[in-house]
Design a protein around this ligand. Structure first.
Ligand code: 5GP
Ligand code: ZN
Length: 113
């Protein structure tokens, strides 16, 4: 399968220099096209298409991602931030590998567009 985020998750150590956080199950790195002063992507190291595809056999990856979020934001000193996961094309998902956007460093509108 040719998936950009699988390729990122499995790349060589020398290409991981911009990663801000990593566990055995997930990794976090800056979005290539940031929409806020802080815009990170948190992804599982295995291919899961979206949150819609959580199963008992991949729940440890999801657990690890959720437990990583406060560690990442604490590390960055982000007291307020927005966590987004777009699921499916109408919601704006463009990469079909589960990811959380962690956005911070500015004020965000509600509701989102
Ligand atoms: P989505 O639109 O699926 O919710 O989010 C996908 C995100 O991945 C977008 O914000 C896009 O800028 C980002 N993205 C796409 N390709 C790459 C890439 O090769 N590297 C990084 N770091 N981000 C990417
Ligand atoms: Zn993938």
């Amino acid at each position: 399968m040719n998936c950009i985020f699988c390729n990122i998750a499995n790349q060589d150590n020398k290409n991981k220099k911009n990663w801000v956080f990593e566990t055995e199950n997930c990794c976090c790195f800056p979005d290539i096209d940031p929409k806020a002063p802080v815009h990170l992507l948190l992804i599982p190291k295995i291919h899961i298409t979206s949150l819609q595809d959580i199963k008992n056999n991949n729940i440890e990856f999801i657990n690890d991602m959720f437990l990583s979020i406060p560690k990442i934001t604490e590390k960055l000193g982000l007291k307020s931030y927005r966590l987004i996961s777009n699921i499916g094309e109408s919601a704006g998902q463009s990469v079909m590998h589960l990811h959380f956007h962690i956005l911070g460093g500015r004020k965000f509108d509600w509701p989102p567009g």
